[in-house]
Write a protein that binds this ligand. Sequence first.
Ligand SMILES: N[C@@H](CCC(=O)N[C@@H](CS)C(=O)NCC(=O)O)C(=O)O
Length: 214
Amino acid sequence: MLRLYYGPNACSLASHIALEESGLAYERTAISIFDGEQKSSAYLARVPTGKVPALEIDGHVLTENVAIQAYVAAAAPSARLMPDDPLSAAVALSRLAWFSNSVHISFRHMMRPMVLTAEETAHAGIAARGKEDFLHNLRRIEAMLEGGPWLMGDRFTLCDGYAMVFFNWASFAGLDLSPLPALRRHAARMIERPAVARVLTIEGSLDRIAEAVR
Ligand SMILES: N[C@@H](CCC(=O)N[C@@H](CS)C(=O)NCC(=O)O)C(=O)O
């Protein structure tokens, strides 16, 4: 039995897309991170990190998008969510790790500088640097799409689902996406996938993304 704990429009979108694309049977529970539900005693009793995503697998709780995605890919080999050859699989894993440890963090600095310091005079500077880093990271993803149409070439992989998190956040933050045509084409291709469209509908962001790719 699988149950995904996710926050609508949070980074857990990467795991949500992986599960929906995998064809595995799973249940989902939305956690309202804007209301602080991830810090409730009920959630902390299940997921001590107090973060989303978390995947409950027969009572075992797995955290971290990269680990959840790797589990899903291994549990559903017929969905072919990772490249087949070892080098390409390692490159895909390297991209997933970078998404998690750098791209996510740059957006966090941009939107939530207060998590780094309570010193209010520092917030504008941290947010500005976060925005600069996030835009730089989006340009790197744009360059990765050069060989396209997917991030790892001719086939959808877990990397594409994770990249959707950042397109979603960029459109939510109202960033100018016109200098990133490949990223916009990628998002347009993503929302044509029935599994991705289902997830974005459930999370409430399909219409905004459809507008942003026009
Ligand atoms: N590296 C983790 C990051 C998890 C994370 O920071 N999740 C955020 C949502 S994007 C969260 O739960 N924030 C709520 C909080 O920190 O209170 C992963 O990729 O799973």
